[in-house]
Unconditional design. Structure first.
Length: 427
């Protein structure tokens, strides 16, 4: 049993010594002391089903033994910066990752986070094209440094820093958007930005396939193929941010962009790539990668042996345990059951997403789509009390984000829905 510091003590220290901007979901925040696959344990040994997986960071399960073993073995051998000497961990993982990529996407740059990966991708696009203008989609999230905060398009996550050279296109939002599910109509806005907001030449376009922070918004079908064509006609590169949707999470495909039938010029990833350890990556073509030889590009810990050994182990587990297939099977079942719940509870306005990246949007009025902000916070607490942890997000903070570890079972999915059903009934 756990005999370390209790929640109240930790909270007191957090309030005194840590960032005042930190937030938590629950009335009484949990002290999570252990994780095992899809379960988390608090200080009293109480077990919770984790349907959020640390914001999609845990892909093959908390403390997966194979990943732990790879990290420990590598830590015992050597952990250093990969810049000066050769090391097989980084080379082997880069090869394995490149093998998961379509087309000519074969060169990998490792970073420490999703923000760093997107910063690098945006810089590469600007260097390669010689243009500055970047187009991103409203409601997207891409990071918290200068360029990525500029590309992020939600006021909730933007500080007052100079955000130069970024244009935010209409969100192809199938739930609230003006053009419903017609992706090509939304895409016209991108052409108008190019025509009226730039010189006609641009550096690139960045988007998620399913907006995670934005509330599990799947881009309307037809949007990405149309936009990629426009971007390339204007000389720009297409960047796919796979920080949340990558690594088999969407079920049918390994990468989120694949369900839109496009091949990006640059793909960025983080979170799930390391099952919780800090690592990110940018993958691009050999030709585009050449731009970084114009100066020295240096990242002390990007691709360090311990994190790449861990990342490589994650890829192997995904394959060995057929977790992408599981995300498809369990995710489809879960989505069906959530859709049934929508028939029963008027407050559910929308059920959406793919695989184990699902969203449930709560509204107090289905016609007006009024965000049910207070209600969702209450349901979240009720579900926690019944042993289920789930995320929330979206611009209005009224969307359940369901992104569990990919080892989630059908029984877990049923339990999840039953608990959500009970909590909604108590409203
Ligand atoms: N892109 C997306 C789609 C994300 O969801 C996030 C993190 N929420 C990031 C980029 C930034 O990643 P990180 O927090 O690792 O910097």
């Amino acid at each position: 049993p756990y005999d370390g510091p209790r929640a109240a003590d930790i909270l007191r220290k957090r309030l005194q010594y840590l960032s005042p901007s930190l937030f938590h979901f629950y009335n009484k925040p949990l002290n999570i002391v252990e994780g095992k696959m899809q379960y988390l344990y608090d200080e009293d040994g109480r077990r919770y089903l984790d349907a959020f997986g640390g914001i999609a960071t845990v892909c093959c399960g908390h403390c997966h033994p194979d990943v732990i073993e790879a990290i420990i073995n590598q830590t015992k051998k050597i952990q250093h910066s990969t810049v000066l000497y050769l090391n097989s961990a980084i080379a082997d993982f880069a090869e394995a990752l490149a093998n998961k990529m379509p087309g000519d996407l074969k060169v990998v740059f490792f970073t420490n986070s999703g923000t760093e990966a997107n910063e690098l991708a945006l810089m590469i696009a600007r260097l390669y094209t010689g243009s500055q203008d970047i187009i991103s989609i409203r409601n997207g999230y891409h990071g918290n440094a200068a360029a990525t905060m500029g590309a992020t398009a939600q006021s909730n996550w933007k500080f007052n820093v100079v955000q130069s050279g970024v244009h935010h296109a209409l969100n192809p939002d199938q739930y609230r958007g003006h053009f419903g599910t017609d992706g090509e109509k939304y895409a016209k806005d991108v052409q108008e930005i190019i025509d009226f907001g730039t010189t006609g030449r641009i550096a690139g376009f960045i988007s998620e396939a399913i907006q995670g922070v934005g509330g599990i918004m799947e881009l309307a079908p037809g949007y990405l193929p149309a936009v990629y064509k426009m971007i390339r006609n204007a000389g720009g590169l297409c960047i796919a941010d796979e920080v949340q949707a990558g690594f088999g999470r969407t079920g049918k495909h390994f990468w989120g962009f694949e369900s839109h039938d496009v091949i990006p010029d640059i793909v960025t990833m983080a979170k799930g790539i390391g099952n919780g350890i800090p690592i990110g990556a940018v993958v691009t073509t050999p030709e585009i990668a050449q731009v970084l030889t114009r100066r020295s590009y240096f990242n002390t810990f990007g691709g360090n042996p311990v994190c790449t050994a861990g990342g490589h182990a994650v890829l192997k587990v995904l394959e060995k345990e057929k977790l992408q297939e599981n995300a498809h099977l369990v995710g489809s079942h879960l989505k069906d059951r959530l859709s049934e719940l929508k028939e029963k509870h008027e407050i559910i306005g929308d059920v959406r997403g793919r695989g184990l990246m699902l969203g449930v949007e709560l509204v107090t009025d289905r016609q007006k789509k009024t965000p049910a902000k207070a209600e969702i916070a209450h349901v979240l607490d009720l579900m926690k009390d019944m042993g289920v942890l789930v995320g929330k997000g979206g611009f209005y903070g009224n969307v359940f984000r369901i992104t569990p570890p990919l080892c989630f079972t059908k029984q877990d999915a049923d339990f999840f829905v039953d608990v959500m059903d009970t909590a909604l009934a108590k409203l």
